[in-house]
Design a protein around this ligand. Structure first.
Ligand SMILES: [Zn+2]
Length: 691
């Protein structure tokens, strides 16, 4: 059925009166006694603006009521509803009281959290916790000392499960990862890092915004040196910046670094020394805990070589400043108030455009999440993720997998041999809901009351030891890098699995009481997105065992590339900020995921109806609700600096343009009566079809 814009607008306005009373027939597996977060069946009808034609601007048609009234909280760089606040409040309650459960993990959680949240305690301890770190850095005198300090920087940041992390602290980042050519074993790896701004472009592209950010960064470095009691803070800041700029010049671009086969460069110990002379590799690998290995996988050889030569060519005094700055910035978020303010002024205000520093308890929540997140998550799952929700989402994941299988089988351009491999991969794909099981073991992490910074250093060392301890062991496919309370979802190519944490499975992403069309338009399309990552421009390079191994017939690969190139061009055409377009190549994998996810989720929704017609609710067809739900889960507000940073460095397109994928869906045209001449209209042969 197809409605004109007027017809739909009228139906929506009448929605309240038309909604059926009594049992919610559409929420079949929901626990009794609850209700949807939005309206009768899970869609925020108050946000729809009938004065805007869906075919001109579907995002604003669907969301304008919300966009006009919502505001970004002063301490945030973006806002897309209350999901994050809900999770923050829940995890805070867990962290404040976990010690009461009498377990070792419970005590660690509460001690870690309280030390970070106790502003008076942070003030009282002053610079004392930082002093040993600065003394260690000040003693760096020889090439071997420098190499050891650079290796330790590899664990100078705990990964942030809640979002994009800044570049790694070390110019050469030592790590341990699954061998992508032999995914049953772990291998040591070396990759680029060592700059403070979000990407090399900030140093190398002279756009006015970048020049301003550089100036602010130098001021920030000088301010931290001054607070830590150093003389000549401006001179030191200039030297730190100059060194980072040299490192940035050696960096690979984000698009280059996305190419998995280019990142796979095995080197023996001797080949490593020949590739990258200038660094004392014995000292470096020893301190990194990865010496004596048969092979090292070098991600960006020219970048690693450039940084190694800087270790030799840049004066050791400049390196001491560089290392001191890294030690101080590691300390700043749990230092006295002046440090925390300086940290926020740059990392929050300048880089993200945030107006007000978050209250310290929010920082404490985020930091405890990084250090002990899976222990927190065990409690989160027990309190906030009922078995009924797990069952509902698991059933959807099964339906989405089936729908993807049907798409592969009915695909018109794939040869039978490639199809068989694709189906084998799909059969081996693990789908995990909730969180890692069993959760991470924190026995060896020591946490002491009142020692925020020392606990952070211990957590960083624990993460380091956990990572290097995997060398020589079989690969554990059950591992997650996200926590159960994380608001995100992931696909892992080498482990051949997709993961949906409980924190993500809350309204509007998933609502146990919502109508099926609404859940398929929301969480369903995310499940489809993650599944399709296994088959996108990068994921398609990994076979059914997770090995980086081309399994495509050449002709199939060409057709796949041609289809996806059209999508890259479509996104290159969008210009979210004046002069700054979306990078269609950088965002290609995510955009393929969005398009494929939307398509297979609509299929899965149709299949879930079991041959019966979809109910019409408040005058809306099932497919209309599906698309409205899809666009509503993308509503968000973002500060300009954060948007600029996203456009330069993030493989995800900004939300408004992610929602524009509907332009490629035939069903969207019929359901909303979209006609030639409307702004979002694409002729049928210009609509991109990947699967
Ligand atoms: Zn994705």
């Amino acid at each position: 059925m197809s409605l004109t814009r007027r017809g739909l607008g009228g139906a929506v306005l009448a929605g309240g009166a038309l909604a059926a009373a009594g049992p919610k027939a559409w929420a079949l597996n929901a626990p009794a006694g609850g209700k949807t977060a939005y309206g009768d069946f899970g869609i925020d009808l108050t946000a729809i603006d009938p004065s805007i034609a869906p075919g001109d601007d579907f995002y604003r048609y669907t969301n304008n009521g919300w966009l006009k009234t919502a505001a970004i909280p002063a301490d945030r760089s973006a806002y897309s509803g209350s999901m994050r606040e809900t999770t923050e409040t829940r995890t805070r309650a867990i962290m404040e009281n976990a010690s009461a459960n009498g377990t070792a993990n419970g005590r660690k959680i509460t001690d870690y959290y309280r030390a970070w949240a106790d502003e008076a305690g942070l003030e009282r301890r002053g610079l004392a916790p930082l002093k040993p770190e600065l003394a260690r850095v000040a003693a760096v005198a020889t090439p071997a000392d420098l190499a050891r300090s650079l290796a330790l920087l590899s664990w100078g940041d705990l990964s942030n499960p809640n979002g994009a992390s800044r570049p790694d602290a070390a110019p050469i980042v030592a790590g341990v990862s699954v061998d992508v050519k032999q995914p049953t074993r772990y291998v040591p790896s070396l990759s680029q890092g060592g700059i403070s701004l979000p990407d090399r472009d900030y140093y190398l592209v002279d756009a006015p915004a970048n020049v301003a950010t550089r100036q602010a960064f130098k001021g920030h470095v000088a301010r931290l040196f001054q607070l830590a009691g150093y003389d000549d803070p401006e001179g030191r800041a200039a030297r730190v910046y100059a060194l980072e700029e040299k490192i940035a010049k050696g960096w690979w671009s984000r698009e280059q670094s996305r190419q998995a086969e280019k990142r796979y460069n095995p080197h023996s110990r001797a080949e490593l020394a020949a590739l990258a002379p200038g660094l004392d590799w014995d000292a470096y690998l020893g301190a990194a805990g990865i010496d004596g290995q048969a092979v090292y996988i070098v991600a960006q050889p020219s970048s690693i070589a450039a940084s190694a030569s800087l270790a030799r060519d840049v004066a050791i005094g400049d390196w001491r400043d560089y290392l001191a700055f890294r030690a101080i910035r590691n300390f700043a978020p749990c230092g006295p108030k002046a440090f925390r303010e300086a940290d926020f002024e740059f990392n929050g205000k300048v880089l993200q455009g945030v107006q007000k520093a978050p209250e310290q308890w929010k920082t404490a929540v985020a930091q405890t999440d990084r250090a002990l997140g899976q222990a927190v998550g065990e409690i989160y799952l027990a309190r906030h993720f009922p078995p009924s929700s797990r069952a509902q989402v698991t059933e959807m994941t099964r339906n989405l997998k089936t729908a993807m299988g049907e798409r592969i089988k009915s695909n018109s351009w794939m040869t039978p041999a490639t199809k068989a491999r694709a189906l084998a991969k799909l059969a081996n794909l693990r789908v995990e809901v909730g969180g890692q099981s069993p959760p991470r073991d924190y026995t060896k992490l020591e946490v002491k009351p009142g020692e925020a910074f020392e606990n952070l250093l211990r957590a960083q060392a624990f993460a380091h030891a956990r990572s290097t301890g995997r060398l020589g062991r079989p690969v554990d496919r059950s591992e997650w890098s996200m926590n159960p309370q994380t608001i995100n979802a992931q696909s892992n190519s080498t482990l051949v699995k997709v993961m949906f944490p409980a924190g993500f499975l809350q309204p509007p992403n998933f609502d146990p009481y919502a109508d099926a069309a609404v859940n398929y338009g929301a969480i369903g399309r995310v499940i489809g997105h993650e599944i399709s990552h296994q088959f996108d421009d990068q994921g398609s390079k990994y076979d059914e065992t997770g090995a980086l191994n081309n399994w495509w017939a050449p002709a199939d690969l060409e057709r796949f590339k041609a289809a996806t190139a059209a999508l890259a061009r479509q996104y290159d055409g969008y210009e979210p900020l004046p002069g700054l377009h979306i990078n269609g190549r950088l965002t290609l994998g995510e955009n393929i995921g969005d398009l494929a996810g939307l398509g297979i989720s609509l299929d899965a929704y149709h299949a879930s109806l079991g041959g019966k017609p979809a109910p019409v609710l408040a005058g809306l067809t099932g497919d209309q609700r599906f698309f409205l739900s899809f666009a509503q889960t993308h509503r968000s507000l973002q500060r300009e600096n954060a948007l600029r940073q996203q456009l330069i460095s993030d493989p995800h397109s900004p939300n408004e343009w992610r929602a524009a994928e509907v332009r490629n869906m035939d069903a969207w045209y019929t359901e909303f009566g979209v006609k030639p001449g409307q702004k979002m209209y694409l002729a049928p042969d210009a609509r991109v079809r990947v699967w």
